[in-house]
Design a protein around this ligand. Structure first.
Ligand code: XBP
Ligand code: MG
Length: 270
């Protein structure tokens, strides 16, 4: 049986949140943005399709500004809206965390199992996300339980760094807080902006795609999967070599990490 020490020098797993731990964007964040627009009497409603285009920009406040700049005619821009964005975003966060508290947004397949196994093996855990810290706390609390916040050495989130993904800053921050080198960790991401950020921090990255990100460029990923999977719910490999496995566990994560840091072939997606 493989143990962590036999397979690699892997010490920590660093997780993105939105799209990776949970499919939060379409039926979570998007819905909460629309609720905030309604609360403030702003006549905007972001469709599933438009929201996919808006995801090009990370960060909710930044996304709203991008919408005003690139999607609206100047005549349709509500007066004083740019100054209102921080307040509007607070309302959006309130709606989003309320939605999470109903348990409406579950974790993706395999996430809880992988985190539990990593804890048992003594691997350290961290979060590196663009979303607001309250949103991470709410998601973890309402899926894994309130204690789960303590499982993570660092929850790097939101405005804690000035430049959001695709900048590497949030991953650099998480590594610095943990006192680990990039080669001792592996990142889990779902998007092109995400892998740009993790790669920029010199991290190896495992990708699980979702409907919004399946067409993204994941060049350089250790592997690209449709999901982490479960023993009774196998993943599909989109790019890379899963070494015969059908779900992502710590053995496979360690093998992929070792292969990547020793420079063996990995996913190449155009
Ligand atoms: C997700 C984001 C966030 C969320 C919305 O980033 O870009 O902006 O869409 O959350 P990641 P906020 O995948 O890195 O977690 O409105 O709180 O920004
Ligand atoms: Mg993401």
């Amino acid at each position: 049986m493989n143990t962590q020490n036999e397979t690699s020098t892997l010490k920590a797993l660093i997780f993105d949140v939105d799209g990776t731990l949970s499919d939060t964007e379409r039926d979570g964040h998007r819905v909460a943005f629309n609720q905030a627009f309604e609360e403030y009497g702003i006549g905007w409603n972001w469709s599933v399709e438009i929201y996919g285009e808006l995801l090009a920009v990370t960060g909710g406040k930044e996304r709203m500004k991008y919408y005003v700049d690139k999607f609206l005619d100047q005549d349709d821009v509500p007066e004083g809206i740019m100054q209102k964005i921080p307040e509007l975003h607070q309302a959006k966060t309130r709606h989003y965390t309320e939605l999470l508290s109903t348990g409406a947004i579950p974790l993706r397949p395999g996430v809880e199992r992988l985190i539990e196994e990593a804890k048992q093996r003594g691997l350290r855990l961290a979060i590196a996300t663009t979303t607001t810290p309250e949103n991470v706390t709410a998601l973890l609390t309402h899926t894994l339980g309130a204690d789960s916040i303590e499982w993570f050495d660092v929850i790097a989130a939101g405005d804690i760094v000035p430049a959001k993904k695709p900048a590497p800053d949030i991953y650099d921050y998480a590594l610095q807080e943990m006192g680990l080198g990039a080669e001792e960790c592996i990142a889990f991401e779902d998007s092109e902006n995400g892998i740009k950020s993790s790669s920029g921090a010199n991290l190896q990255t495992i990708i699980t795609i979702n409907d919004y990100t399946r067409g993204h460029d994941f060049t350089g990923a250790c592997i690209v999967l449709d999901q982490m999977g479960e023993p009774e719910q196998p993943f599909s490999v989109i790019n890379g070599d899963a070494e015969g496995a059908s779900f992502l566990d710590c053995d496979l994560v360690s093998k992929l990490h070792k292969k990547a840091i020793t420079g063996q072939p990995r996913a190449e997606l155009a």
